[in-house]
Every structure is written in structure tokens, then in C-alpha cells.
Design a protein around this ligand. Structure first.
Ligand code: F6P
Length: 324
């Protein structure tokens, strides 16, 4: 088994609350083993340009509670090319980096997979995205915080929705996955969630909302994943086909990505960070580390990025039953 002396760590793609807690855990756990840690700034782009500095235990002090990422992040088009990855490898060699820890979502781990398949470099992926869309882990770093942020926003919107007897379509992030919309809908007592995993019939939704209003509800909240035109699209259709409804739209946007991480995210990030160093010690490579049923698991990166993580049917049912 190869002896590790130096590792590199980077965050890539959309930032997520808890990434700093994870960088801190990776750094401290590696230093605990006597390894040197290089922070790679601005994601894959920093590996290409050589924006790399050593991290010490002090570099990560006072960061566990901070949102964003102290290593900064970027979405790098150049790294998608073999030439870009070859440039990145020159810096891996220059800094004598023996293994790489990549904290990010689907796109970032796809980059890790591409690099690992072309070069003999052990790579460990850690799931960091508010979208929670990585297969093989129950939760991703940042998801719980984003969920709580959305819930607080929806609670506030409900005050005004109720006062004016309005229907609100609230758009949330999640790109191709409905976890944020689906589970923030449950947490905030919303009437429905429109998610990419389901086909939503607007007439069914309108008659469901109408039934609620006739019964007793004077306002309705529908969470909508940003895909396919998002909230604006559904609100326009509802206004056109049901002009009697007072329909409003609220797009939460990037506020969902910021803020101080919840305890759940800090603990998850700390566990995954420490586990990444344990994995390297065991000789693991090209795996994403996840947590399933409260146990650390290793998932080949190729599976984590390829397989779809399904939305639990039981949770869909909870929303349906409770929103009558
Ligand atoms: O992947 C995280 C995420 O926040 C998605 O939910 C969203 O679609 C995307 O990033 C937005 O990316 P950007 O900040 O680059 O516009």
C-alpha cells in the first residue's frame, strides 16, 4: 500500500453550508496522521492554475460555524477537457500530492472520476451539495441547512399568504432533484410539491387547491423545484386557467445556499472528513464516502454520480396525507 505524505483538498461546484466544517475535519484528521495538507483554491480551476497553499490546524480555526467555503469554489470548463486535467496533474506532481479529497456535488465528483480514470492518483469524494442528489448517502453536506432555511422562508411567506388569501408558488433549488422541494413542503406544512421526479397535472393541482379553499383553507403554498420553468411556469398556467385564484410567486434563489450550517450538517461534515482520511489509510481510492443508516459507507464514485437517488415514496405519501 502506498505511503501517503501529502494530500490536497478542494471544494468545487455550488458551495454548501458545512463545507468549511468538512475542510476543517479533513485538515485536522490528516495532520493528526502526520500528513501535510494542501488547500486548492477555487476548485478544479485552482488545481489547473496552481492556486495551492498549505493548510495548518490554525488555517481552519473558527470556521466550523461559517457558511460558504474558505477554499472558494468554481465551475471549471477547462477541467472537463483532457488537456485541462493534464495541466492539473502537473500541479499534483509539483506539490507531490499523493491523494486528493474532493468536496462537492455531482459535477465535481464527475471531475474526480475523470481524473482518477486517466491517472494513477487516489481520489476520495465527499458529498457536498444542498441538492442531496448523490446516490449512496442518506444526506449530503449542506442539505439540512438549506432545508431549514427554506422552511423559515416559507413560514414567513405563509403569514402574508394567509393575510391576503393567496396561493403562493415558491421556487426552490435542486436542479434535477426534488428533495429540497419535497421535504421543505412537509416541514412547512405546504399543500403540495412539484418535483422533477413526478409528472404534475396542473388541473389536478388546481382542483386540489380549490377543494382546500372551499373546505376551510384561505391560502395555499406549493413548493416548486427550479426545473422546467419553475414556479413562474406553474403560476402562469394557474392564473390563466383559474383566474379566480389570487396567485403569487416567490423565488428563493441563492439565499438557500448561504448561512451558518445546522448541527446536523456540521456533524455530518466532520464525520465524512475524518472518514476520508481513514479511507486513505485503508488504501481506498476512487470512492465517495457517505452515511447510510448512520454508518459510514464507501460508494464507488462512478456509481454515486451515475445512479439516481430516488425520492422516498413514503415521504410523498406523508405530504399527500397531511395536506388534505
Ligand atoms: O447544485 C447546487 C445548486 O445550488 C443547484 O441547486 C442549482 O441549480 C445550482 O447550484 C445553481 O448554480 P449557480 O450558483 O452556479 O447558478
Amino acid at each position: 500500500m502506498m505511503k501517503i505524505k501529502n494530500i490536497g483538498v478542494l471544494t468545487s461546484g455550488g458551495d454548501a453550508p458545512g463545507m468549511n466544517a468538512c475542510i476543517r475535519a479533513v485538515t485536522r484528521a490528516a495532520i493528526y496522521e502526520g500528513w501535510k495538507v494542501y488547500g486548492i483554491y477555487r476548485g478544479w480551476e485552482g488545481l489547473i492554475t496552481g492556486n495551492i497553499k498549505e493548510l495548518t490546524t490554525e488555517s481552519v480555526s473558527n470556521t466550523i460555524q461559517r457558511g460558504g467555503t474558505i477554499l472558494k469554489t468554481a465551475r471549471s470548463d477547462e477541467f472537463r477537457t483532457p488537456e485541462g486535467r493534464a495541466k492539473a496533474m502537473e500541479n499534483v506532481k509539483k506539490f507531490a500530492i499523493d491523494a486528493l479529497i474532493v468536496i462537492g456535488g455531482n459535477g465535481s465528483l464527475a471531475g474526480a472520476q475523470a481524473l482518477a480514470s486517466e491517472y494513477d492518483l487516489p481520489v476520495i469524494g465527499l458529498p457536498g451539495t444542498i441538492d442531496n442528489d448523490l446516490y449512496g448517502t442518506d444526506s449530503t453536506i449542506g442539505y439540512d441547512t438549506a432545508l431549514n432555511t427554506i422552511m423559515e422562508c416559507v413560514d414567513k411567506i405563509r403569514d402574508t399568504a394567509t393575510s391576503h388569501d393567496r396561493i403562493f408558488f415558491i421556487e426552490v433549488m435542486g436542479r434535477d432533484a426534488g428533495f429540497l422541494a419535497q421535504n421543505s413542503a412537509i416541514a412547512s406544512g405546504a399543500e403540495a410539491a412539484i418535483i422533477p421526479e413526478d409528472n404534475t397535472d396542473i388541473d389536478q393541482l388546481a382542483s386540489f387547491i380549490g377543494r382546500g379553499i372551499r373546505k376551510s383553507k384561505n391560502s395555499s403554498i406549493v413548493l416548486v423545484s427550479e426545473k422546467d420553468g419553475g414556479a413562474m411556469h406553474y403560476a402562469e398556467r394557474m392564473r390563466k386557467e383559474y383566474p379566480e385564484y389570487n396567485v403569487k410567486v416567490s423565488i428563493l434563489g441563492h439565499l438557500q445556499r448561504g448561512g451558518t450550517p445546522t448541527a446536523m450538517d456540521r456533524i455530518l461534515a466532520s464525520r465524512l472528513g475524518v472518514a476520508s482520511i481513514e479511507a486513505l489509510k485503508e488504501g481506498q481510492r476512487n470512492v465517495m464516502i457517505g452515511i447510510k443508516n448512520d454508518q459510514i459507507v464507501y460508494v464507488p464514485i462512478s456509481r454515486a454520480i451515475k445512479l439516481d437517488k430516488p425520492i422516498d415514496k413514503e415521504l410523498r405519501n406523508v405530504l399527500n396525507v397531511l395536506s388534505i
